[in-house]
Design a protein around this ligand. Structure first.
Ligand code: DX5
Ligand code: ZN
Length: 231
């Protein structure tokens, strides 16, 4: 994985057919996905359950782009090795998941993965500042994590603040939740370069009719491309 700040669309398989992840991943990659976003939820840190490291390992061989694993679990540290072994390229943990985010980010990097730090809507950008040198990605949640299909919460001021804090460091700013062709330009203008989108990518399509996935990805990319990018 080489770093660049070009726009990347990362469909979340939370909105895919859970009985057909392999074909769903092939379909979104063929239709233009840059990364594949994988939402791991534990029913404790967030009020929903999805799947764990074994499922991630099983779907890994279907991913030819980047496996972007979003851990909505607490604690995180006991599971890092398992998700690294599953083949994650990026492992993102929440700042709110425990008292030792610094240690967690160190452990993620030591496992060989890129390290991501996710911020809930109520967490300020300044909380991430002391941790940025340990981050390859900061994920700004624009919904309260736990479910797909929620309404976008405006975090553009936080994104702009993070963009300024990051400066020229090689750190992605990812935005997750409620991303659509309407909301994408605002977050890209504020400084985001990775857009996670679940319902807005998968709506209207299926593995047997994947063309809408491509149209949906292009609609987000085109709308975001028209935004004035933050430096
Ligand atoms: C929410 C997840 C998101 C979710 C986004 O907790 O982290 O990745 O799938 O879904 P949409 O794009 O439908 O808001
Ligand atoms: Zn996510």
């Amino acid at each position: 994985m080489t770093f660049d700040r070009s726009l990347k669309i990362a469909p979340s398989i939370l909105s895919a057919d859970f009985a057909d992840f392999g074909r769903e991943i092939a379909a979104i990659e063929a239709e233009g996905a840059d990364w594949v976003h994988v939402d791991v939820m534990d029913g404790h840190f967030v009020p929903n359950l999805t799947f764990g490291a074994a499922l991630c390992k099983a779907i890994r061989r279907h991913i030819t782009t980047v496996m972007d694993v979003h851990l909505m679990i607490a604690p995180v540290d006991p599971y890092i090795e398992a998700f690294a072994d599953a083949g994650a390229d990026i492992l993102t943990a929440h700042l709110e998941a425990g008292p030792h985010s610094h240690r967690t980010l160190q452990a993620i990097r030591a496992s060989g993965c890129r390290a991501g730090l996710a911020l809930n809507p109520g967490t300020p950008a300044a909380a991430a500042a002391p941790l940025l040198d340990l981050c390859d990605l900061v994920c700004v949640m624009t919904v309260n994590p736990g479910f797909g299909g929620q309404s976008f919460l405006d975090m553009t001021a936080k994104i702009a603040e993070l963009r300024a804090l990051i400066g020229d460091r090689a750190i992605h700013i990812e935005v997750d939740g409620g991303v659509t062709p309407e909301t994408a330009p605002r977050v890209v203008a504020a400084g985001a370069d990775v857009l996670v989108a679940g319902s807005a990518v998968f709506k209207g399509g299926s593995v047997d009719n994947p063309a809408p996935y491509g149209a949906n990805i292009r609609a987000i990319r085109d709308a975001a491309g028209n935004a004035t990018r933050a430096a």
